[in-house]
Design a protein around this ligand. Structure first.
Ligand code: AKG
Length: 288
């Protein structure tokens, strides 16, 4: 299997050909209306937001965005910069939101953003986007996304390699015992086969994402990225009819595994089952 590059297709075709069969794809024209495509660059962020305090994942302290952007110039494959990632645009940096409007049509059908779920639960905002800024060589741990959400990640600037593994290969990817969504590999691009021998059997799909392109990563697919040139990306996760039941099961499973079993979990499962039925009926009423 390869990851195809596809131009303009209708939302219905996107769902039928990729979302429902859970097939990764790159869409080349999904975000062409975003003003960010003509404004955002590392230099623009430095000039416009340079004094803003930011914190990279895993780093101890804060730095200014200007210092972070300056560091990208020295980021290499051998010695990559830390990753400034998963910044919640709608809740933490709402001034950026107009530049990524209109909302991408392919991620609109997001049942997590519907009114049947309380505000702020299970995510901090409806239609949440996250921002990623990285330098050459920077990589993200190999993982699959929380709650079996589908992921849709767009490159606004620069180039990034995406490497994906199907859900059935989880055993070859050595999930962590304490946090089973993330692999134990210290660096997923330089895996020690002496320590992790079964990884040799894994069969990745790899694709380089360029400016203006978006990759759809179906729920449960493991993925990692390595930045090829200074890069700015925006992610959007969504749950729709195709993965609602997986989402509800996984959210409850994760609560049991990581949050400690509580009396609330069966109630949440029941509520999500009813919400799913309501959303499905609403869709049928709209369609017929
Ligand atoms: O863009 C990236 O580097 C990683 C994004 C990602 O893995 C995710 O949003 O799940």
């Amino acid at each position: 299997m390869n990851i195809d590059r596809v131009g303009p297709i209708s939302v219905a075709e996107f769902h039928a050909e990729f979302v429902v069969p859970r097939k990764p794809v790159v869409l080349t024209r999904a975000i062409e209306d975003w003003p960010a495509l003509s404004t955002w660059s590392p230099e623009w962020f430095r000039e416009t937001w340079g004094t803003r305090k930011v914190r990279c994942r895993g780093a101890k302290g804060e730095t200014t965005l200007a210092e972070y952007i300056d560091g990208l110039a020295g980021s290499t494959m051998e010695s990559p910069s830390p990753y400034l990632r998963n910044l919640n645009i709608q809740t933490d940096w709402p001034e950026l939101a107009p530049a990524i409007s209109p909302r991408c049509a392919y991620t609109q059908d997001d049942w997590l953003s519907s009114r049947v779920l309380p505000a702020g639960w299970p995510r901090a905002a409806k239609h949440l986007n996250q921002l990623f800024i990285s330098g050459t060589g920077t990589y993200i741990p190999l993982h699959f996304d929380d709650w079996m959400m589908h992921a849709f990640i767009s490159n606004v600037h620069g180039d990034k390699r995406f490497v994906l593994y199907p859900p059935g290969q989880a055993d070859l990817l050595y999930p962590r015992d304490d946090y089973y969504l993330v692999s134990r590999f210290p660096n997923p691009f330089e895996v020690d086969l002496g320590e992790f021998p079964r990884f040799a059997e894994a069969t990745p799909l790899s694709i380089d994402l360029h400016k203006g392109e978006s990759v759809f990563i179906p729920c449960g697919w493991w993925h990692t990225t390595r930045t090829l040139s200074p890069c700015i990306s925006v992610s959007s996760n969504f749950v729709c009819e195709s993965n609602w039941n997986d989402f509800a099961d996984e959210l409850c499973h994760m609560r049991d595994r990581l949050g400690g079993r509580t009396w609330k979990t069966p109630l949440i499962r029941g509520y999500l089952a009813l919400a799913g039925q309501a959303l499905r009926s609403g869709r049928r009423l709209r369609l017929h």
